[in-house]
Design a protein around this ligand. Structure first.
Ligand code: FES
Ligand code: FES
Length: 145
């Protein structure tokens, strides 16, 4: 049995060795806010925080995160970035949005007032097929209200 720390809670998981963190979060623990798109580490849809660091959960094995703190979009419900994304209308289909907000949360945790260049650099691993990049940047720039 594997013990996982997710969003401040402790969960026991029967995930087989080799199962990804993304699949374990979604299918076993019910944290379906984490999305799986490419499933190959290219798009950022599955981004979660691992001890505060943005991490691609589709290419991270569940067994490698035992004892570490995983934060998914569900753990960021109260983060002001959520409102900022709504205010800036920073989503269209919304599929990439959880991963975008998770990455943005890591950025503003260490740099609360990032420049556009810093935002683009920090968010470069999160793709948006709807092309909402300018509004995502606006949301991150104005997240403090
Ligand atoms: S689903 Fe993980 S990077 Fe695309
Ligand atoms: S809002 Fe549709 S992929 Fe980003």
């Amino acid at each position: 049995m594997l013990e996982l720390h997710v969003n401040g809670g402790t969960y026991r998981s029967g995930a087989a060795v080799g199962r990804s963190l993304a699949e374990t979060l979604r299918e076993e623990l019910g944290f379906t806010g984490t999305k799986i798109a490419c499933n190959e580490g290219h798009c950022g849809a599955c981004t979660v925080l691992l001890d505060g660091v943005p991490t691609l959960s589709c290419i991270t094995l569940a067994h490698t995160v035992a004892g570490r703190e995983v934060t998914t979009i569900e753990g960021l419900r109260e983060h002001p970035l959520v409102d900022a994304f709504v205010r800036a209308d920073a989503l269209q289909c919304g599929f990439c949005t959880p991963g975008q907000i998770v990455s943005a949360a890591a950025l503003v945790a260490t740099n609360p007032s990032p420049s556009r260049e810093e935002i683009r650099h920090a968010m470069s691993g999160n793709l948006c097929r709807c092309g909402t990049y300018p509004r995502i940047e606006e949301a991150i720039e104005t997240w403090q209200g």
